[in-house]
Design a protein. Structure first.
Length: 66
C-alpha cells in the first residue's frame, strides 16, 4: 500500500499532468493486481473500489440463485 507521504508528493504532479485522462483510463483498464503503484493519483485500493462500485451488482458479489 502506498504511504500518505507518497500520495501527497504525487498529487500535484498528477493534477498538472497533460495525459491524466489517458493515464486514468489505462490504470482502471487492468485487472486487479496487474498494475501496481500510483497511476492517475489512484492507488491499487482506489482502483479496486472503483471497479467494485462500477459493476451493477458489485465486484465479486455472490448472487443468490432461486
Amino acid at each position: 500500500m502506498e504511504s500518505a507521504a507518497a500520495r501527497a508528493a504525487i498529487k500535484p504532479i498528477c493534477d498538472a499532468c497533460p495525459v491524466f485522462d489517458n493515464c486514468f483510463a489505462y490504470a482502471v483498464s487492468f485487472p486487479e493486481k496487474a498494475l501496481q503503484g500510483i497511476w492517475a493519483n489512484t492507488t491499487e485500493g482506489d482502483r479496486r473500489r472503483m471497479r467494485y462500485f462500477a459493476t451493477r451488482i458489485g465486484y465479486r458479489r455472490n448472487i443468490p440463485t432461486t
